[in-house]
Design a protein around this ligand. Structure first.
Ligand code: GDP
Length: 184
């Protein structure tokens, strides 16, 4: 049996961008059209990637805006972040950048495993306010992974969470390589 690795990931982003919908699609394979604002919720799912098994704990948050502070619970003992904006909301894209700045301020200069997600890409193109290349550019400037998705698409939603696990492993192994340490 492979060793199970525990990973705790926080989902951040402006309200109504689809954070809960992406988490629910991933955990339960379900999409709900009704908007029910989240206070804070934690989901667990075990998944296997390659030869490794992961116990993934997902913290779904209420949503952040320009006035939100970054609580310690979003920083301490957190392995990685899924930062979501909606491709139909420029404001949510700007807020994603502000959230990243606040995270960096709290966490210091250390590399943070992040997947930046432009959600709701199923909506008609006339609703689009953020170009795909702008999302990619922003993620590149952070050294983060990027993808566009729709919470209606179970495959894409699944890919987001396997990607963050891969990013956590990648950042951890580059950190260990530099310091010649060994992860138990
Ligand atoms: P949160 O506040 O960021 O957690 O957003 P929710 O997951 O509650 O979603 C807000 C609203 O957007 C709900 O009405 C969802 O049904 C809708 N929604 C979420 N993701 C998508 C998506 O990918 N495509 C479309 N068309 N609607 C979505």
């Amino acid at each position: 049996m492979p060793l199970t690795k525990f990973r705790k990931v926080v989902i951040l982003g402006y309200c109504s961008v689809g954070k809960s919908s992406l988490a629910l699609q991933f955990v339960k394979g379900d999409f709900n059209e009704d908007y029910d604002p989240t206070i804070q919720n934690t989901w667990s799912k075990t998944l296997v990637i390659g030869f490794d098994e992961y116990d993934l704990q997902l913290m779904d948050t209420a949503g952040q805006d320009e006035y939100s502070l970054m609580p310690h619970s979003f920083v301490l003992c957190i392995h990685g972040y899924v930062l979501v904006y909606s491709v139909t909301s420029l404001k949510s894209f700007q807020i994603a950048n502000e959230i990243h700045a606040k995270l960096q301020e709290k966490r210091g200069k250390s590399r943070m495993p992040i997947v930046l997600v432009g959600n709701k890409n199923d909506l008609p193109s006339h609703n689009r306010e953020v170009k795909m290349e702008d999302g990619k550019k922003l993620a590149d400037s952070w050294g983060a992974a990027f993808m566009e998705a729709s919470a209606k698409d179970s495959e894409k939603s699944h890919l987001i969470f396997t990607k963050i696990i891969e990013e956590i492993d990648r950042v951890e192994s580059s950190f260990c390589y530099k310091r010649k340490c060994q992860v138990m």
